[in-house]
Each structure stands twice: as structure tokens, then as C-alpha cells.
Design a protein around this ligand. Structure first.
Ligand SMILES: Nc1ncnc2c1ncn2[C@@H]1O[C@H](COP(=O)(O)OP(=O)(O)OP(=O)(O)O)[C@@H](O)[C@H]1O
Ligand SMILES: [Mg+2]
Length: 251
């Protein structure tokens, strides 16, 4: 993002999400402390960083769930900085939060129906839900009450709720948390089957999973962006090894 001589803000054609100098404070804590980040069309970018780095707060600010103190956010060419969550969602952003969002006593289908109804007419919901259940592999769980399901299956239902609105941008906060190695590998495969026009920003601590899926990696540390780039470059950076992987710098 840049201001040209006329004062107009120019937005990259490639970018579907641009974040400029974003600051989110909670009292004395700058959870997000001047982040600049771009997500391009078709890109799958992982956002990593130690606990408390500000990853979830950044997601919440993008989704309109927390208000930034300063900075700006654009979705495609429209500024969304201070829009409420439902209007951010209408711009094509879906979020899977770190905290479970499913309604425990309802079935898988009912959960998806409630999400679908926010966007589609009653008559259209069924035909929007069924292909999503199919693509995620939860059709057989349609009538299962969510709180009777194993954690890995529930994560898939959470993912399905984010897919229902056919977003152009998905924000996934720790989708692989608590999954077995096999479930992680299966979920990575599933992400590769998503429509190619979708862009994803994925927060994750599971480095195996990150290495399976990421085209680009950004590292947050204490609310700031430490480095962004291709996975090999990022994982070999001594600063990343110091702050994130807990190793001493070798240089
Ligand atoms: N609602 C809140 N009120 C006060 N402080 C908060 C709030 N949410 C987050 N914080 C603080 O902001 C900082 C960043 O938290 P955040 O949850 O964004 O980190 P994170 O990178 O997602 O961490 P994790 O990997 O553990 O999920 C932390 O210091 C946290 O304690
Ligand atoms: Mg978090």
C-alpha cells in the first residue's frame, strides 16, 4: 500500500488483503504493534510465532472482531478497517477462530444451516451445505450431535462452517491444533483441494503442517512482523530460530 503524489492510496492488483501499520492495544499491551502484511490472490500464507505474539488478535482485527487503534485494512480495493464483522464477512472473508464456535447441542447439519442462513435464502441453504459436507468428508456425520464427535471431526465441521459462505479469503486460526499426525496430513491434502481462487491466511503452531501447506510464511513476534518469505528462507533465518524455535543464533 502506498500514497502517490495525489494522496490517493494505491492497492496492488494482486493483493486481496492488505494491512498497513496496524496497531491493536489492550490497555498497556500492544498485541499488534505496527503490522504491514499482504495476502495475494491464490496465496496460502502461514502466520507463525510464539504464544502471545499477536496472531489471533491480528485475525480478529481483520475480521472486525476487535477495533484497531490505528492503521488500515483493505479487502481487495475496499477499506474495511472499522467495519463490523458481518460487513467484513460480506466482503468475502470467512474466519475459523482459535476458540471453538460450534453449537454443541446441535447436529452438524444444523450448525451449517445456521451459518448458511446468514448468507442464503432458506430454499438455497440445503444445496449450499451438501457439497461442502461432501468436499470436507463429513456427509456421514450430518445428523451427529456436535458434542459427541471426536476433536478431529469437529475441526472439520468448524472448517466447513468457514467454507459455507464461499469466501475468497479464509482466515484459519490453528486448524490443526489437537489433530493426530494422520489427521494433520489429511487436512493438508484437503486444503490443496480448495478452489484455486481462494486465498488463505493460516495461523499454526504445528510446523509439520506449516511445511506441508505454506507457500509463504510470516513470523510475528511481540506484535511485530519479524520476517516474511518462502518457507525455507524463513525457517533458516537465525532470528526465527532464536525467537520461535527456541534455539540460540549461530551467527
Ligand atoms: N481480550 C484481550 N484482553 C487483554 N489482552 C489480550 C486480549 N487478547 C489478547 N491479549 C493479549 O494480547 C497479546 C497477543 O495475544 P494473541 O491471543 O493475539 O496471541 P497469539 O499469537 O494468538 O498467541 P497463541 O499462539 O497463544 O494463540 C497477549 O499478550 C495477550 O495476553
Ligand atoms: Mg492465538
Amino acid at each position: 500500500m502506498s500514497n502517490d503524489d495525489s494522496g490517493l492510496v494505491s492497492v496492488s492488483n494482486l493483493a486481496v488483503l492488505q494491512i498497513e501499520d496496524l496497531v491493536v492495544r489492550f490497555g498497556g499491551v500492544a498485541a499488534v504493534d505496527g503490522i504491514n502484511l499482504t495476502l495475494n490472490r491464490n496465496e496460502l500464507r502461514c502466520l507463525i510465532g510464539p504464544n502471545g505474539a499477536g496472531k489471533s488478535t491480528l485475525f480478529k482485527a481483520i475480521a472486525g472482531l476487535v477495533q484497531p487503534l490505528s492503521g488500515r485494512i483493505w479487502v481487495k480495493s475496499e477499506e474495511t478497517t472499522h467495519l463490523p464483522p458481518h460487513l467484513v464477512a460480506r466482503r468475502g472473508i470467512s474466519v475459523k477462530t482459535q476458540v471453538p464456535s460450534l453449537l454443541e447441542g446441535l447436529t452438524v447439519y444444523e450448525n451449517l444451516w445456521i451459518v448458511a442462513r446468514r448468507k442464503y435464502r432458506r430454499q438455497s441453504c440445503k444445496k449450499m451445505i451438501e457439497p461442502v459436507m461432501e468436499s470436507v468428508g463429513i456427509s456421514n456425520d450430518s445428523t451427529t450431535i456436535v458434542n459427541t464427535m471426536a476433536h478431529g471431526r469437529r475441526q472439520l465441521v468448524e472448517f466447513a462452517t468457514a467454507l459455507i459462505a464461499k469466501p475468497s479469503i479464509m482466515l484459519l486460526d490453528e486448524p490443526a491444533a489437537g489433530l493426530s499426525d494422520k489427521e494433520v496430513a489429511d487436512f493438508a491434502k484437503l486444503l490443496h483441494t480448495l478452489p484455486s481462487q481462494m486465498s488463505l491466511l493460516v495461523v499454526e503452531h504445528n510446523m509439520k503442517f506449516v511445511q506441508m501447506i505454506a507457500q509463504q510464511v510470516s513470523v510475528l513476534h511481540k506484535g511485530r512482523l519479524l520476517i516474511s518469505g518462502e518457507p525455507d528462507l524463513v525457517f533458516n533465518d537465525t532470528r526465527v530460530q532464536e525467537v520461535y524455535l527456541g534455539k540460540e543464533a549461530t551467527a
